[in-house]
Ligand binder design. Sequence first.
Ligand SMILES: Cc1cc2nc3c(=O)[nH]c(=O)nc-3n(C[C@H](O)[C@H](O)[C@H](O)COP(=O)(O)O)c2cc1C
Length: 203
Amino acid sequence: MGKEIWKAGNFVYPVPAVLVSCQDREGKKNLFTAAWTGTVCTNPPMAYISVRPERYSYRMIRETGAFVINLTTEAMARAVDFCGVKSGRDLDKWKETGLTAGTASVVEAPVVLESPVNVECAVTEVLELGSHHMFLALVKAIQVEDGLMDEKGRFCFEQAKPLAYSHGAYCGLTEAIGSFGYSIRKNSTKAKKKQKKSLRKRG
Ligand SMILES: Cc1cc2nc3c(=O)[nH]c(=O)nc-3n(C[C@H](O)[C@H](O)[C@H](O)COP(=O)(O)O)c2cc1C
């Protein structure tokens, strides 16, 4: 099995394709798609988004220091793409997509009600990296859809069919392979055998 060497670029995939919602000081609301996003610290809980300064939303986030990361689902894929190719400068993306703006519990930004998870963020620092400026933020609150809780109080996120983005394509996640720490659990023999078999096939 050989490897090609490519020039430097961005290739950490898959990543989530999220909807970032925000508003300006006058309360005008907007949303856009972001794939350059993630968690940067467990305690305190911190997240980031990287945004090009030319985005309509950029000024809003700088003004208020607030945004919401709304996780998306397979059912939302079309709206996610639309919000990533159209600007709030030219049209009302809430109206065009049928997505609904709800109220955040802490920060000065709307949430997307159709998203199963809304992560409310308050900006702590802006790193002007280059093409993108990175908004580092503290997570102030998380809203989760109560219909996805099971009887044991577990949040069954997989049932929402989360949406990922990988090298230009929107993808669903297939069935779960294991849960956190499964590789060292005693009853993992079956899973181990399955993994070895699939690695042998690839090799
Ligand atoms: C899948 C996908 C991922 C994107 N990720 C980002 C991102 O991480 N940062 C960014 O600045 N723009 C990103 N964009 C582009 C913006 O979403 C797009 O320019 C949008 O129109 C900006 O909206 P606005 O002008 O209303 O703020 C992405 C677009 C798509 C389709």
